[in-house]
Write a protein that binds this ligand. Structure first.
Ligand code: GLN
Length: 610
């Protein structure tokens, strides 16, 4: 399907295809066979889609674009400390094949010039030539998400003519940057540079870096996030050789070019770009490749430093425990008390991606608005990502609230792995374990409500068993009506955890709960369940279907051992012919009143959350 982005790539391709500046590299004779008109552009998204135009499936050798990946491989296997003993991270401003070693340490200045790359290649793990080559190729395969191979003709051509690189390798041996036979890493370096790729592969490899080291199509982690950061840093400062400064100034994306005409650029977090066009400028960078990247950066505003992101507010809603209640159906007495003292509870709902600045902004509001509160809940249910800074600030905020004598909860962190890991390593003020696990927002709210009720002198009810006369649906019943209804009920009981009603099933009865508690759950879009409400003695379940007999709208499960009486809809339907039309009418009127009250509560909650 031609999407807008594809159309744009086609326009870029049409615009720059006629450009015939530059010359195909010939110092590696085999490269000279390239057709100067080859021109492909590809963009890969972090969710694994590749858009490509032109000669995007034409293979060419990766050449220097292999260098940042080889550096990543070295870091992954040996760590920065060992790697940096042999190669630095300082831009040289020299050509790629310059023989520039740090005058003091004798190390190559960075892994993007040939000297640094040959040193880097010496880190490829394996105790034989074959194993090292397999490890190296496997790593590139994982980045591209397909099996790559070495172009033997280009390899032989470079091996036989690469006298300058051979000289560099021997110099490195002389400076003890390389140990053993310098021909070995040199040969692997030649093979590494001769890996055949397409610009579609380059885009995919770049997207893997953009996605923090996880290959978007395979879902496999190829490089740690930490090392991705290092690789991208090196690409930013040294990726385009002596053009690096101008490149980052104008294009503003980490990138790497190769003498076969490829350019790979990364927009961290967003996408990978691969361009291929063999004619090079005098610095060895693809002429069309540079033009395409410049145009993309300019037209889409991709420059990393030119597009400061506006902080999105982390606070979605802030409300009071007087307005929003836990899902426990509380007796009137408690509801009245909560209307008075519920304001002691403040609930803050955070959302989106949390980072330093957004959480910091939210922190100020939270502290201000909870000044008079005794209980504070920070609900993270709608947060989809947090970075390390956000975790730190949130946990510090909670601690500070606790130190101020408040009860403070971080709710819904069970699925937030970064935060959970942080919290687990950070036992601090107060106890996280009141609920012996991370609370959901409802559990935290329920607990806070119980505490403020106790503080207000109202002891929350222990849910005593309810008689039929105490049922919501039996309000205003005469004693005779109670007896008549009782005679038509089937007693039923469930163990804790058992399903009472399954979502979607046929509805042909309702249950008056006399003992225990149930949870009403709805299937949510993540394939899980959301707790909608909790009901106890005196409430009924399954009554929603009484008027229209629609299939069950939710799942109801016993949260404790459960007892009650079932009224079959068939028995309900027979009431008029049994001379109990009045009883039937009262049941329906009470049902309407219960539903009206529920609607009002829902409307109030929606209002206070939006
Ligand atoms: N194999 C090439 C060389 O060492 C790589 C150089 C490049 O792509 N800039 O000369």
């Amino acid at each position: 399907m031609p999407t807008p982005i594809l159309k744009h790539l086609q326009t870029l391709h049409d615009t720059f295809a006629s450009l015939d500046d530059g010359a195909v590299a010939t110092y590696i004779p085999e490269l000279g066979r390239a057709d100067p008109s080859w021109f492909g552009i590809a963009i890969a998204t972090v969710d694994g889609v590749v858009y490509e135009v032109g000669d995007s499936r034409q293979e060419f050798t990766i050449q220097s674009i292999s260098k940042p990946f080889a550096y990543g491989l070295a870091l992954e296997h040996h760590g920065l400390k060992r790697v940096s003993r042999r190669v630095g991270v300082e831009p040289s401003g020299d050509a790629f094949n310059s023989i520039s070693l740090d005058p003091r340490s004798g190390r190559p200045l960075n892994p993007m010039i040939n000297a640094g790359a040959i040193a880097t290649t010496s880190f490829v793990p394996g105790d034989s030539r074959e194993k090292r080559e397999r490890a190296m190729l496997g790593f590139f395969d994982a980045f591209a998400g397909r099996d790559l191979s070495v172009d033997e003709a280009v390899y032989r051509s470079e091996r036989d003519t690469g006298h300058r690189n051979r000289a560099i390798a021997h110099l490195l041996r002389n400076a003890d940057v390389l140990e053993g036979d310098p021909e070995e890493p040199l040969d692997l370096y030649f093979r590494q540079c001769s890996i055949a790729v397409t610009c579609s592969d380059l885009a995919r490899m770049a997207a893997c870096l953009a996605a923090g080291g996880i290959q978007p199509s395979t879902g496999k982690r190829v490089l740690s996030t930490h090392n991705v950061g290092r690789v991208l840093s090196i690409m930013s400062s040294c990726g385009m050789y002596d053009f690096a400064g101008e490149w980052i100034f104008e294009v503003g994306m980490p990138a790497k070019s190769g003498v076969a005409g490829g350019i790979l650029a990364v927009l961290p977090g967003q996408l990978g770009i691969g361009v291929f066009s063999p004619p090079l400028d005098e610095r060895g960078n693809s002429v069309r490749g540079i033009r395409v990247c410049k145009a993309l950066s300019r037209e889409f505003g991709l420059h990393l430093f030119n597009s400061p992101r506006v902080v999105l507010p982390a606070l979605r809603a802030s409300c009071s425990g007087a307005d929003v209640h836990s899902k426990r159906r509380r007796p009137l007495r408690e509801l009245e008390a909560l209307a008075r003292v519920g304001g002691k509870i403040r609930l803050f709902e955070l959302h989106g991606r949390l980072e330093l600045s957004s959480v910091e902004m939210a922190t100020r509001t939270i502290l201000r608005e909870s000044a008079d509160a005794s209980h504070v809940i920070l609900d993270l249910e709608r947060v989809f990502d947090l970075d390390a800074a956000a975790c730190r600030l949130l946990v510090d905020l909670r601690d500070q609230l606790e130190r101020d004598g408040k009860r403070a909860f971080l709710a819904c962190i069970h699925e937030k792995e970064t935060l959970r890991t942080y919290v687990d390593g950070h036992r601090s003020v107060g106890d996280w374990e009141v609920l012996d696990r991370y609370p959901t927002r409802d559990e935290a709210l329920d607990l806070c409500e119980n505490e403020v009720l106790v503080q207000a002198g109202v002891r929350p009810a222990e849910l005593p068993p309810a008689t039929l006369a105490e049922q919501e649906l039996c309000r205003g019943f005469t004693r005779a009506e109670i007896t008549a209804l009782e005679a038509r009920l089937r007693p039923a009981r469930w163990n804790a955890g058992e399903t009472v009603i399954a979502q979607g099933s046929t509805a042909d009865w309702l249950l008056f709960i006399s003992l225990g508690e149930v949870g009403v759950f709805l299937n949510n879009s993540h394939g899980g369940e959301t707790l909608l409400t909790r009901l106890g003695p005196g409430s009924s379940v399954g009554e929603l279907a009484l008027p229209d007999r629609q299939p069950r709208a939710g799942t109801i499960r016993a949260l404790t051992p459960l007892e009650g009486g079932i009224l079959d809809f068939a028995a309900f339907d027979r009431l008029p012919e049994e001379g109990l039309v009045q009883l039937q009418l009262k049941l329906l009127t009470n049902l309407a009143a219960v539903l009206a009250a529920r609607l009002r509560t829902a409307a109030r909650e929606i209002r206070s959350l939006t």
